[in-house]
Design a protein around this ligand. Structure first.
Ligand code: THU
Length: 134
């Protein structure tokens, strides 16, 4: 099912999620909002840990929340980073997002209310995927 939605609405949800970020080590806060095919939005923020390597990115927190609620199909993800600068999902998040939609639309927030659209397939052109049929 394809739903129409406003990118600005998804970006606003990501910006609100960023305010919940737990990032005492990097002090770099990130928010994500993931649009599921049925129209629900799942948000996430980065959550760091004293054992640095256990920190999790905002994108994966949003995805874990959505998948654990039974969602499997996603249309778009908005990403908002600290300081208003544009960021691209890290390599680990690209792979994890591609598991569910290798052609996910990405709305990347930039300075002064600007944003860019990218398709995940341009950031991760040949993802490793297994055809499970699930
Ligand atoms: N981070 C994200 O949450 N998403 C990204 O796409 C890049 C990086 C977080 C991880 C860490 O908590 C902080 O930003 C600095 O790397």
């Amino acid at each position: 099912m394809t739903k129409t939605f406003e990118p600005s609405q998804l970006l606003a949800r990501a910006a609100a999620a960023r305010e919940k970020a737990y990032a005492p080590y990097s002090r770099f806060t990130v928010g994500a909002a993931l649009l599921a095919a049925g129209g629900k939005i799942y948000t996430g923020c980065n959550i760091e840990n004293a054992s640095y390597g256990l920190s999790v990115c905002a994108e994966r927190v949003a995805l874990w929340k959505a998948v654990s609620e039974g969602e499997r199909e996603f249309l778009a993800l908005a990403l908002v980073a600290d300081g208003g600068g544009i960021i691209f999902p890290c390599g680990a998040c690209r792979q994890v997002l591609a598991e569910f939609n290798p052609e996910l639309e990405l709305y990347l927030s930039g300075p002064e209310g600007s944003w860019q659209i990218k398709n995940l397939k341009t950031l991760l052109p040949e993802p490793f995927l297994l055809a499970t049929g699930n």
